[in-house]
Ligand binder design. Sequence first.
Ligand SMILES: O=C1O[C@H](COP(=O)(O)O)[C@@H](O)[C@H](O)[C@H]1O
Length: 234
Amino acid sequence: MTKPAFHAYPTREALAEALSAGVAAVLAGAIATRGSATLAVSGGSTPKLFLEHLARAEIDWAQVEIMLVDERWVPETSDRSNHAMVRRHLMNGPASAAHLLPFYTGHETPDAAIEELELRYCRLTRPFDAVILGMGSDGHTASFFPGADNLDALLRSDGNDAVAAVRAPGANEPRITLTLPLLVDARLLALHIEGEEKRAVYERALSGDDASQMPVRAVLRAPRPQPINVFWAP
Ligand SMILES: O=C1O[C@H](COP(=O)(O)O)[C@@H](O)[C@H](O)[C@H]1O
């Protein structure tokens, strides 16, 4: 395993500033060299400040495709919607020119939408330029939850599917997630975590190798040319 590069910041504000500057530089570089950029961000609550900082970056957002790494199967009107959170915190000011790709289709279940979503996501140019993951205190990342009915398939490094539906005891509602290969081959791969509890979870994840207990291990252990960057603040 290539040891992750661990970046600790004194405050969440300082972390948000540094991470957003790094991501904006990667997106600007991608636009300059390839004409467009792809960014996958996480849901939950941790990314909000980072997204607010990123929204102010002066880059050519019209060339940027933004997606979520995972989504809870709820409409955008739900306060559980990751898409609504990203729209609220990122799609403002300069960043509102970007294209935000939704996961939720209105189908009753993510399984019923899987064919449509597979078509939508497999056409995206890979590798993605930047993927910013979060982590739950149960060691899940994206929607790779411990106890998920299809966790082995989700964590296969050689799988061909871009997206997968997930059900897991700790996940509340059914989920949809990008699969491991799409996430770990990103040019910039970051894990953004905050607080002492999540730091302890991260340390525990590093010290073992059973990904079924802590699925984030599959990301931390994935072979990559560049190490994963971990961004942490108390
Ligand atoms: O449910 C989810 O949780 C994780 C962690 O969220 P946080 O609120 O603890 O920051 C998140 O990374 C994932 O995208 C989301 O769907």
